[in-house]
Design a protein around this ligand. Structure first.
Ligand SMILES: Cc1ncc(COP(=O)(O)O)c(C=O)c1O
Length: 401
């Protein structure tokens, strides 16, 4: 049998899905499982989105569309960006994709030759590593442990950019940590970036509408407009509008980069479907009450999760201010045994397994995000499940000795 291309050996199935699959299996066996594992919003888009999709179906052209995205979609995205303070872009600065993941993959293909370096912080969103590995880039991981609130410092970034990576990939608010960079922190990092002109910067900021406590969303180009010539902003409708399965993602950046992504589209996907496009335009231009209400709901849920961890000694849990994740460092409990079941907790994976077996609660081991001292709790489960799920986690910690 002929062999596969080497890139397939480098691509790994998602570690997050492995945990989710085990939780699903236990549920199918009749176990009472509460899942904090999957990072998807627990809501659907508004009726206006479905109305727009139905209306589009009724006069569908059935034809190929623009490789960049329809004018209506691009204009809706320009207005959407302006709402968070990203102004001064035109359609020529934009490109679309089948979700932000596809846009990020296109950017990696467009900007990284084999052997070029991409630098990003740890913990990272799992796909960063996988995408970089598929395009055979060198990866410079910048460790940002809980002791520094999982945030990259200007000194760290300076040292990383001094090595002139081709791409610096940044994520704010963060999956998996939920951390959000303040205006001053972004300005300080932007000053560093300005000193290193030979690196592209991608800001994957798809959780930009889910920021709590009045911190606001900030981007390097807001701090230093001249960085616009090499900063690429990536966004998505998946989390903001409860539309992960609709697969709509965007980028805004230099015209040359947008053009390269459009060229990739012309070879990979041709265009986003008309119905999806109509739904996406409706989501961005219609009432924004659902995303706003969800943001408030997530902030309150974050408080509930943090209140539980306040009662667990020895866990370092930086307070997230965005997205819908909490990322506690639980390494102080490694080496202990769960009394009632006798299950041993040696590391993040055995911790998550024991928690699932003993208490029926699914979380994702931090090693999926490059930080094996932690675990990720995604708190988008149905509201009635949150308090009981958190209580089970608290009990689990109390039973480790
Ligand atoms: C940080 C981050 N970037 C990108 C994505 C991909 O989003 P999309 O559904 O638009 O592909 C995700 C999804 O979980 C994410 O958490």
């Amino acid at each position: 049998m002929p062999g596969f291309a080497s890139r397939i050996g480098r691509a790994k199935p998602s570690a997050i899905m492995l945990v989710a699959d085990k939780a699903k299996r236990l549920k199918a066996e009749g176990r009472d499982i509460i899942s904090f594992s999957i990072g998807v919003p627990n809501f659907l888009p508004g009726e206006n989105v479905y109305d727009a999709a139905r209306e589009a179906l009724s006069h569908d052209s059935g034809q190929y569309g623009s490789n960049r995205g329809s004018d209506a979609l691009l204009d809706a995205f320009l207005a959407h960006m302006a709402e968070i303070g990203l102004t001064g872009y035109t359609r020529a600065n934009l490109a679309t994709g089948i979700g932000a993941k596809h846009v990020l993959y296109n950017l990696a293909e467009a900007l990284l030759d084999e052997g070029d370096t991409i630098a990003f912080a740890v913990p990272y969103w799992t796909s960063y590593l996988d995408i970089a590995e598929i395009v055979n880039a060198k990866i410079d991981l910048l460790p940002c442990p809980a002791s520094q609130d999982y945030k990259l410092t200007p000194a760290q970034l300076d040292a990383a950019l001094a090595k002139t990576p081709k791409v610096f990939l940044f994520n704010n608010p963060s999956n998996p940590t939920g951390m959000v960079y303040t205006k001053d922190e972004i300005a300080a990092l932007a000053d560093v970036i300005a000193r290193h002109p030979d690196t592209w910067v991608i800001t994957d900021d798809i959780y930009n509408r889910m920021v709590f406590d009045g911190v606001g969303y900030h981007n390097f180009v807001m701090a230093r407009p001249e960085l616009r010539e090499r900063v690429v902003f990536v966004d998505s409708l998946s989390k903001t509008y409860g539309m992960p399965g609709w697969r709509v993602g965007f980028m805004a950046g230099p015209e040359s980069v947008a053009k390269a992504v459009v060229t990739m589209n012309s070879n990979h996907i041709t265009n986003l479907p008309e119905v999806t496009t109509a739904a996406a335009v409706a989501a961005m231009t219609g009432p924004q009450d659902i995303p706003r209400a969800k943001c408030a709901e997530f902030a309150a849920k974050r408080d509930q999760v943090m209140a539980m961890f306040d009662r667990v000694p020895g866990v370092t849990c930086p307070r997230p201010q965005g997205a819908f994740y909490v990322f506690p460092d639980v390494s102080a409990y490694f080496g202990k045994t769960h009394g009632p079941t006798g299950l041993k907790v040696d590391d993040d994976v055995s911790f998550c397994n024991a928690l699932l077996e003993a208490k029926g609660v699914a979380c994702v081991p931090g090693s999926a995000f490059g930080e094996p001292r932690a675990l990720r709790i995604s708190y988008t489960c149905p509201t009635p499940q949150l308090a009981p799920g958190l209580e089970r986690i608290r009990e689990f910690f109390a039973e480790l000795a």
